[in-house]
Write a protein that binds this ligand. Structure first.
Ligand code: TA6
Length: 303
């Protein structure tokens, strides 16, 4: 089934709330809009690239130098890291963070969600032959995005085969901030983390996470986080369910330059706070069972 724009609008469009169009780089785009705000989702990767609540500045950061190319990851937004996080454990030439974020996802449902006066879109991963060659388990993977006063996301993996399999996963969310020097990430105090900038050394977090250099940490953490941003006079609350890992990342100057698609001083305006199940928290899903990873993002003004 194609992502033909006219067909998508005919089958899944919602007047005044959900429309499909040809987006940047010719990639199919879903645009959600309602009284709560707006959001844009690339059908490639089921990747949110914008979320702007009413009366707020954008909450999700998209690199000004992002490249929009079929089959390639887009810098920023909410990349879906699945069915592995980081480099593949064995095959060095497999794509980092798995193939879901650059794969074709089919729209399977849309609705108004009366329970929260929201707008909802559900997409299903379509694995190519190359993807199956990398990861051959029988499974169905869907993501549901809900735009209401909060932005909700659910990543559901169903094991439709006869044997258990293990996935590591994360919603690799780039949040927009005023200035990386001025923000703090609350909620991780007392948590163990593995410092990827220091050979994975095990450490303990004291107080809020603040930033003065490249930061790349995997926290063993199941609770909520808050990004305090005095520069934008707001806090971004990150609630999550069925997630045992939180990754906090900022590339800082040198790595951002090496990445090449962060834009001029892009590192100053973003922080990744990623909810998932990575490293030792990878999830084993029994035959016939399913696993759900969910987040809700909301914004509060600092009065
Ligand atoms: O989540 C942090 C991280 O694993 C970093 O190590 C860095 O590689 C980042 O993801 C971005 O990865 P990408 O493949 O999108 O360039």
């Amino acid at each position: 089934m194609s992502n033909d724009i006219d067909s998508l609008n005919a089958r899944f469009g919602i007047a005044g709330e959900l429309a499909f169009s040809e987006g940047p780089g010719g990639l199919a785009l879903a645009e959600l809009s309602n009284a709560h705000g707006s959001a844009r989702v690339l059908l490639q990767g089921a990747q949110i690239i914008d979320w702007t609540p009413r009366d707020q500045a954008p909450v999700i950061w998209l690199s000004p130098a992002a490249r929009f190319t079929v089959g390639k990851a887009v810098r920023g937004g909410v990349p879906v890291c699945w069915p592995w996080f980081g480099p593949h454990a064995i095959e060095a030439d497999y794509p980092a963070h798995g193939f879901a974020r650059s794969a074709f996802w089919e729209v399977v449902a849309s609705r108004q969600s009366p329970e929260n006066a929201g707008t909802e879109l559900r997409l299903r991963l379509q694995r190519s032959g190359a993807h199956v060659a990398m990861w051959s388990h029988d499974c169905e993977t869907e993501i549901t995005i809900n735009l209401a006063s909060a932005l909700g996301m659910e990543l559901v993996t169903r094991n439709s085969g006869g044997v258990a399999f293990t996935v590591s996963e994360a919603l690799h969310t780039y949040f927009a901030v005023s200035d990386i020097h001025r923000i703090g990430v609350e909620g991780l105090d007392g948590c163990v983390f593995f410092d990827k900038v220091d050979a994975g050394r095990q450490c303990l977090q004291h107080g809020p996470v603040t930033f003065c250099a490249e930061t790349d940490r995997i926290y063993r953490h199941t609770g909520d986080c808050v990004i305090e941003d005095p520069g934008l006079a707001r806090r971004i609350r990150i609630r999550k369910q069925d997630s045992a890992s939180t990754v906090v990342w900022n590339p800082w100057i040198d790595k951002a330059a090496r990445l090449g698609d962060m834009g001029e001083d892009g590192y100053l305006r973003m922080v990744c706070v990623e909810s998932g199940n990575v490293a030792g928290d990878a999830v084993t899903i029994s035959a016939g069972d399913r696993h759900r990873l969910a987040v809700q993002y909301s914004v509060e003004s600092l009065s």
